[in-house]
Design a protein around this ligand. Structure first.
Ligand SMILES: *Cc1c(COP(=O)(O)O)cnc(C)c1O
Length: 473
């Protein structure tokens, strides 16, 4: 190995700049993407190729194979891009290569993480005394915050669950609506509570909360402690659980209210949508993503806990060479699932410092407007049918040309979803909503504008018409 770091960074930065410059124009998926991915060298090299040749192969094939998900026309799942400040700060995080495990290893990473958490608290309007941590994603934020809930719950039964485990304890009563995200179940499996243990109360096939059923279930516990999960921003339509009502119930029955706000928490940023999350400040834990609407590069999430002094002991580590958890500064390696950890705070701090509350509010409101623009175009088109209201940044609809019988629509929309991904000009997938196969574009990328959402609707109608014509006898 020789030190060709300067040359390597210069080479990659030129390639990265080209990539970013073309991002607004290029297809989301290049026609040769799969081919390029399969063509990446896979034989283990006995003799190395050298720094620049290896990077050349990565840039040449890799960039063709990359899905332009950080670009403006990626509407699949809910993904953001990286703002300029976040992207550049994330590069710096790799260059400085800080281990944000403990203050001694990285005063910079630790200090910026504490500031970032405080700023996010303010951005979302959470009480200032809450504590938090940056995680890899909402999934690991669920693990962190639900570990706090689990610890609290076991304490009511006289057990220190992190020392003794769950054996001997009764099943954990845990309730949610039909909007529960699959990653909350994953976290419950990791924590030994069990992914099927959670009972969901849905009023209908959309998953909307049945408040009376939740209330009855809490009643049925006769005072035993429970955990309630509220969902702010459901992935099919962007709908919200009635968080105020759930906070009332949690207060009445002494339950731990945990809130999944992966992207929906950003409703707090605009007076147009802030009422959708009102009541969240009465929860005991809240989780969200950074790599979605905050638009920092993968991967980044946040966990907030209302009583930082009750932080779960699940994640503490001890060894003679590791500093103990200190009172004077947070050592985040003791507080979350990862011990050694990337300095994710650099990107979070930089993007909030660069654009502030007003920049993010402006972006969120632009996305709200774009979602309404799609909804209007869907409503005006004779071959599209909107399936749900649009409270936030997701529009749930299907292709429904006149004359196609109801029983053929699911298969037609499945094919349409696949055709859109294959086409590659825009990216959007299908879901099943209340029994109907539907498209559900989500807008979360800071680059997305009117021309991008217009193209989305045009491409869907164009490809849909082709499929419908081909299906006609
Ligand atoms: C995306 C999402 C998650 C999971 O987030 P990851 O970043 O994939 O861990 C959880 N809940 C909701 C509502 C989401 O949209």
């Amino acid at each position: 190995m020789q030190d060709d770091t300067r040359e390597a960074l210069a080479f990659v930065s030129r390639a990265a700049m080209r990539y970013v410059e073309e991002l607004d124009r290029q297809q989301v998926r290049l026609p040769n993407a799969d081919e390029a991915a399969w063509a990446m060298p896979a034989e283990f090299p006995e003799e190395g190729a050298g720094t620049i040749p290896a990077l050349e192969t990565l840039v040449r094939g890799g960039i063709d194979a990359a899905v332009r998900s950080s670009g403006p026309r990626f509407f699949h799942f809910v993904q953001g891009g990286g703002t300029p400040a976040a992207l550049a700060a994330d590069w710096l995080a790799s260059t400085l290569d800080q281990n944000s495990f403990t203050w001694v290893a990285s005063p910079l990473g630790t200090r910026l993480e504490k500031i970032s958490i405080d700023w996010l608290n303010e951005l979302f309007g959470l009480p200032p005394e809450w504590g938090g941590i940056l995680t890899t994603a909402t999934t690991t934020a669920h693990v962190t915050a639900l570990a706090a809930a689990r610890q609290w719950w076991a304490e009511q039964h006289g057990v220190d669950v992190d020392e003794q485990g769950l054996s001997g304890l009764p099943p954990v009563p845990i309730f949610s609506s039909g909007y529960l995200h699959t990653t909350a179940r994953k976290a419950l499996a990791i924590l030994g509570i069990g992914r099927s243990r959670v009972r969901t109360f849905a009023a209908d096939t959309t998953g909307r909360l049945d408040v009376d059923a939740l209330s009855a279930a809490l009643h049925g516990l006769r005072g035993a402690p429970a955990i309630v999960i509220a969902n702010v921003g459901e992935v099919n339509t962007g709908d919200f659980d009635p968080i105020g009502t759930m906070a009332d119930l949690a207060g009445e029955f002494g339950a731990w209210l945990h809130v999944d706000g992966a992207f929906g928490i950003f409703a707090a940023l605009s007076p147009r949508t802030a009422q959708l999350v009102r009541g969240m400040e009465r929860a005991r834990s809240v989780v969200a993503d950074g790599h979605k609407w905050l638009n920092v590069p993968y991967d980044c999430g946040f966990a907030f806990v209302a009583e930082p002094e009750r932080w779960p002991r699940t994640f503490t580590v001890s060894a003679t060479y590791i500093p103990d958890l200190s009172a004077s500064h947070p050592d985040f390696g003791h507080l979350g699932p990862e011990s050694s950890r990337r300095a994710r705070a650099l990107a979070v701090w930089a993007t909030l410092r660069a654009y502030g509350r007003s920049g993010y509010r402006e972006m969120v409101e632009r996305h709200l407007d774009l979602a309404q623009r799609i909804a209007r175009r869907v409503d005006a088109a004779s071959d599209l049918e909107r399936l749900a209201p649009v409270p936030l940044n997701i529009v749930c609809f299907r292709f429904h040309p006149p004359g196609v019988p109801e029983e053929e629509l699911n298969a037609l929309n499945e094919r349409l979803g696949a055709a859109v991904l294959e086409d590659g000009r825009v990216y959007v997938g299908t879901t099943t909503y209340a029994g109907n196969v539907a498209l559900r574009p989500a807008i979360a990328n800071w680059r997305t504008g009117e021309e991008d959402v217009d193209l989305l609707v045009d491409v869907i109608r164009e490809l849909g018409a082709k499929l419908a014509a081909a299906a006609r006898p």
